[in-house]
Write a protein that binds this ligand. Sequence first.
Ligand SMILES: NC(=O)c1ccc[n+]([C@@H]2O[C@H](COP(=O)([O-])OP(=O)(O)OC[C@H]3O[C@@H](n4cnc5c(N)ncnc54)[C@H](O)[C@@H]3O)[C@@H](O)[C@H]2O)c1
Length: 238
Amino acid sequence: MHVVLDIIVLLGKLIFFYFEALFRKIVPPSKKSVRGKVVVITGGAGGLGRCLALKFAGLGAKVAVWDINKSLNENTAMNISSLGGKAKAIVCDVTDRQSVRNAASLTRSELGEVDIIVNNAGIMPCRRLLDLSEEEIKRTININTTSHFWTVREFLPHMLAQNEGHIVTVASMASKAGIPLLTDYCASKHGAYGFAEAVKAEMHMLGSKNIHNTTICPMQINTNLVTCLGDRIDYRNR
Ligand SMILES: NC(=O)c1ccc[n+]([C@@H]2O[C@H](COP(=O)([O-])OP(=O)(O)OC[C@H]3O[C@@H](n4cnc5c(N)ncnc54)[C@H](O)[C@@H]3O)[C@@H](O)[C@H]2O)c1
């Protein structure tokens, strides 16, 4: 009897979500304005982070790009400034708690309190489980997952006080599956995804309805992360 009920509920939900998706296709939700908002983007020196920085700045946001790569990061900020936008390049190793504190403090003093944080910095070593060194494993987890604790904990108190903010997590389709040669990466991205889901649930529990969460799970984008994959993977010994 329970099985029949479960199937009826499941079918009901499927029909509801189908019509909801159809409705949203016809009447898309209104886009939120980021004009004048302060956005922190980690890993802003290249790839996706750089694209996001340019896009946010183009929409009128004030952007702080954080990265370990000083020159390319400054290049992103310079590009934004030359296009008339407002940006600040800050050297930050997101795995280093003190480096995150310093970057947050510099962001606040230069641009103001942070409205949106985009946890984007990431690495993907692409090595067999037994070939990864302990240091490599820790580094992947630290950059791709643990750093999200440091950045979010830095800005969440202000977001809670204002009951406004947005936390964006750049996860991956590797958050949803297991992929060979990517044990550390998959584990780290499952972690990032889980962290974001738990933050979302906690905001709901606290009644902080205006602190939003967006998690994106890209498949493959042509950036440095993947372009040199062929060189890094030793196919002979796979
Ligand atoms: N490119 C893809 O196909 C793809 C697919 C799914 C998810 N992603 C995710 O998108 C995000 C961006 O990746 P990308 O493709 O733009 O790669 P990318 O290598 O072009 O950029 C990553 C950036 O992170 C920075 N970074 C690395 N370690 C750091 C640290 N400790 N502190 C601060 N910055 C650091 C790098 O210097 C670099 O600028 C990553 O989280 C990645 O996992 C990428």
